[in-house]
Design a protein around this ligand. Sequence first.
Ligand code: XMP
Length: 530
Amino acid sequence: MSANTTSAKHAATPIGATVDEQVLVLDFGSQTAQLIARRVRENNVFCQLVRHDLPASRIRQIAPKGLILSGSPSSVYGKGSPQPDPEIFNLGIPILGICYGMQVTCHTQGGEVAPGQTREFGHAPCRVLSSSGLFDGVPQEFQVWMSHGDQVRDLPSDFEPIATTETCPHAAAKHRTKPIFGLQFHPEVTHTEHGGQLLSNFVKKVCGCRGSWRISDFIESEITGIRQRVGNNRVICGLSGGVDSSVVAALLAKSIGDQASCIFVDNGLLRLGEAEEVRDRFSQHFKTDLHVVDARQRFLDELAGVKDPQQKRKIIGRVFIEVFRHEAKSIPNAKFLAQGTLYPDVIESGGSPDGPAATIKTHHNVGGLPDELGFELIEPLRDLFKDEVRQMGLELGLPEHLIWRHPFPGPGLAVRCLGEITDKKLTTLRQADAIVIEELHRAGLYRQVQQAFAVLLPVQSVGVMGDDRTYEDAVAVRAVQTDDFMTADWFHLPYDVLQRISTRITNSVRGVNRVVYDISSKPPSTIEWE
Ligand code: XMP
């Protein structure tokens, strides 16, 4: 279930309340701010995004080991440009400013920022002048990734340059006596060589972090936290079959066992064997109370005759909530609802008290549950990135194939069965889809593709079978490569894999005589067809 709703009822824990060392990223609006946090966490150091103007007094309370000031699309001289609380530079906490973060640091400390001779985007060779801890283990010369218009022309008098490029004399700088550093380039992106080493040097050598944050410890503290919060009450958890809700359910099973009631709505829009798999996994391996609601006919009836994609999504969203609510009411003493909200959802919805403001992003909310269900929310994954949730799932004993499963939309096969939905069409699509996925696994490509599936087109075309002329359905195959699902490229599947998929579908799926491959990227297309 995608859980994009952040309820006012969520009892917000203070940032990083359960960790003994952490680094904060002050988010000035850079697209790579989340990436910085992920890179820091790769060092087993907990890291979260906070508002760029979080007051120094609040930062003192949180007591992070270090602060990283992110980049920004703004210029420090621009009207309303985001500024940090200047007191943060007097806290004695190590600071690393990246790009705009460096410029705003130098500007605040009395330096001069000015437009560079040209806007600089791309690789540049960088020469280290002084290691200063930050460049330990990094070669004297290495390639960095620049993306900036302004740069620091005159360093504040207390600062000295520690690295330089041809067009940027102050590619890196440091305060002469305080642990304050600036980098004009972006160490968080993979295009910067040794960028990971630089961030690691900052958090470990400069900030003195030990790197003691482990998912296994996080699991233990979440389990204790859930037990304390739930007491003798009951928790409801919506299972979708996907990674996030499965990890939440596994955590609940470990912490409160049969005080958790999982609800799995079989809407008839799932892939081949999926409903059975969810049922088996959770009834056999986890000691929770599992409610499987067979709502297949109800969804089919409500969708009968509906062709418009938006209308289909609305119906599915509404019926899901109705079915879920009805089942939830049958469970006595349920006070809490557990959801698989992830950290990027929390950031993007502005759902953390110290966190950055909400960013405008159209997200899909089918499968989300409304606040008026009246439960208190438990969101045990709200501090985690997706890769960390996967790691947690593995440590909790969930099977690998579930952990690496491609995302599946809330409205399921309904958005891949174009036009009107019928039981017969769903059966056809399910078989074709299973072949696509099987062949990707067989070719060892499943993990290289972020999402792949079959689409049943509302198109009939002429074919021949033996001596007979056929007039049957067409199936499109979609496979994409993407980092964030906001943009995507079609995957260059090898011809022999495409050939096997096509042959198997046309030979074994009744009613299909043609297979086409979708070679559209997003944008202008979307990943799903509806
Ligand atoms: P599009 O088609 O917009 O999809 O390029 C981007 C990603 O979002 C998934 N998706 C959904 N997920 N509910 C969901 O939970 C939905 O209604 C929905 N629609 C699309 C899609 O599968 C892809 O991963």
